[in-house]
Design a binder for this molecule. Structure first.
Ligand code: NI
Length: 172
């Protein structure tokens, strides 16, 4: 947090980039970074690349032990819409770009997200629960938004090891 790239709107993935060695190598780098940090997801700007590309899901992160399963997803150029009747719900979020902290973040509980995988195949899904939350959190990274900017009640924002002593890895 503080790196200017994280406040910017990232560049869309161009048609000719889908399936290219460069894009696939970037995704492999992001997968390794996400796994090393036990992240639930990662956006390209978090590793210094201004591209509308996120990855999320695929395993249960020890940083989010209560999260339901989320399919492993590579999502380029995402567009996310809340479902018309979606409630706004709050849940705890952290971020690899905001280490050591957690905050209670309000978000729509159910969304439709669309975009493309790394080969340019269309993705169009409805997601709820943690799946909806992580898709929104990661997509926010592509439009200059970090989760603390969405917090309404700052009494629910603090250090992980103070909020959840002994329950979650303190370094995140
Ligand atoms: Ni994040």
């Amino acid at each position: 947090m503080g790196e200017p790239l994280l406040w910017q709107t990232a560049q869309p993935v161009a048609e000719e980039e889908f399936g290219s060695p460069g894009l696939l190598a970037l995704i492999a780098d992001m997968e390794a970074t996400m796994a090393a940090a036990n992240g639930a997801g990662l956006a390209a700007p978090q590793i210094g690349v201004s591209k509308q590309l996120v990855i999320f899901g695929g395993f249960v992160s020890p940083r989010y032990p209560d999260a339901g399963p989320v399919p492993y997803t590579v999502l380029c150029n995402p567009v996310i819409e809340p479902l018309p009747d979606a409630e706004i719900v709050e849940d705890w979020e952290g971020c690899l770009s905001v280490p050591g902290l957690r905050g209670l973040v309000p978000r729509p509980a159910a969304v439709r997200y669309r975009g493309f995988d790394q080969y340019g195949h269309a993705i169009d899904r409805v997601a709820t629960g943690f799946h909806a939350r992580v898709a929104q959190h990661e997509s926010d990274h592509l439009f200059g938004v970090l989760y603390p900017m969405r917090i309404r009640d700052f009494t629910s924002f603090g250090y992980t090891d103070v909020l959840f002593p002994g329950q979650l890895p303190a370094e995140d």
